[in-house]
Design a protein around this ligand. Structure first.
Ligand code: ZN
Length: 387
């Protein structure tokens, strides 16, 4: 759901990004703290100092949320879940994971790690607040009090048992451990999440009518939970419907490959026009797959570029697009490259292409499974938007 983000660097090998929305949040926090909170709790405060304290508090909050997300990311990585990056957006932080936990114990540890970090930070600020001598300037105590407050708030909010919040993930892990059925646990946790989401939306609207503009934020968070829980339940249904189905079972054959040194212009004449397929594997002289040339990529090129570039230069070469025949199709749907390109090359042990697998093939399988009355039917629509 978070949109485009600006990469600001890597911490512990994990790319960190911020969405432009986050800058808006920092500005809002700086303004509201500088205009009301700090002038109220500190006597005779110069306005400029108030806004400076507001900015410092917003940046410390940024660090607290980042630390919370790193708690998740580092534990997830230790359990073999790949972390694509951490993004900060309108409603806080998101750790972008590739894949899911394989057992409830891992999910539980992953979900609890973020709140554990927030609890630790809260405890540290609580200790500082208690230990500060009475002579400490109000500027310092106000800053510490605010950090204690926001970290406790982050902790409390994330532990609400509304999937996909951390509390909801803990709930799912516990349900999963009890029933042994991850898909059913996700469906239940997502349903509970949606109820909480709707309650937040309603409470937020009531608050706005009662004169509290902060209710708008609560409604927004509720809306996010309703959508995210729905999307997660769909994903889980798709995974359940596809589990045990291999790439070889869904791929289209026979496969026609383009030599890597051929120009794109020749590939258009000799392959795209001749065979009317929309994608071809690109192979080296030994016939091994090196990439995938799609009609979409070719269409983006001018006639001049098509003459000047080889098929390989124009091809998608992301290694995650070359899949083995026994790969579980469900796991393919967690690969960003496949969702973007909509196709993958199925290869044998010597990397020779043996088939092509498109997102349409996957949709057909889902539809067949829906007709057969298995779960996964209403997930078909969700995938079609991505091809
Ligand atoms: Zn979290």
């Amino acid at each position: 759901m978070p949109g485009r983000s600006i990469k600001i660097g890597r911490i512990a090998g994990i790319p960190v990004g911020i969405s432009p929305w986050w800058l808006l949040v920092v500005a809002l926090i700086t303004w509201s703290l500088g205009a009301s909170y700090f002038p109220e709790v500190i006597t005779d405060l110069a306005p400029a100092v108030g806004y400076l304290l507001g900015l410092a508090s917003a940046l410390l909050l940024f660090a607290s949320i980042l630390a919370h997300e790193f708690g998740h990311a580092i534990v997830a990585r230790r359990h073999g879940i790949e972390i694509e990056g951490i993004d900060l957006w309108l409603l806080g932080g998101v750790s972008k994971m590739r894949g899911e936990a394989h057992e409830p114990g891992d999910e539980l540890r992953y979900a609890i790690a973020g709140p554990a970090v927030s609890a630790l930070i809260s405890a540290i600020f609580a200790v500082i607040a208690v230990l500060l001598p009475a002579s400490t300037p109000e500027v310092i105590t106000a800053l510490v009090d605010y950090q204690l407050f926001v970290n406790v708030a982050i902790l409390a909010f994330n532990m609400i048992p509304a999937f996909p919040l951390d509390g909801g993930r803990v709930l799912r892990a516990l349900l999963w451990r009890r029933s042994g059925d991850m898909d059913r646990a996700t469906t239940t946790a997502a349903a509970i999440g949606r109820v909480f989401g709707w309650l937040m939306i309603a409470a937020g609207i009531l608050e706005v009518f009662a004169g509290g503009p902060g209710g708008l934020w609560l409604s927004l968070v509720g809306l996010f939970i309703v959508f995210a829980a729905g999307a997660q339940a769909n994903t889980s249904r798709v995974q359940a419907a596809l589990s045990g189905i291999t790439a070889a079972q869904l791929m289209s054959t026979p496969v026609v490959s383009i030599g890597s040194a051929l120009s794109v212009a020749d590939a258009v004449e000799g392959y795209f026009v001749a065979y009317r397929y929309t994608a071809f594997p690109v192979t080296d002289p030994a016939g091994r797959a090196m990439g995938l040339l799609t009609a979409t990529a070719v269409q983006r090129m001018s006639a001049y570029d098509r003459e000047r570039h080889t098929a390989l230069e124009a091809a998608e070469t992301d290694p995650s697009l070359m899949v083995s025949a026994d790969l579980d199709v469900a796991s393919l749907l967690t690969r960003p490259a496949f969702l973007r390109v909509g196709r993958a090359v199925v290869i044998d042990a010597s990397r020779i292409p043996i088939g092509l697998l498109s997102i349409t093939d996957v949709q057909r399988a889902l539809r067949a499974s829906a007709i057969a009355g298995r779960r996964g039917g209403d997930a078909v629509g969700q995938l079609s938007g991505r091809g």
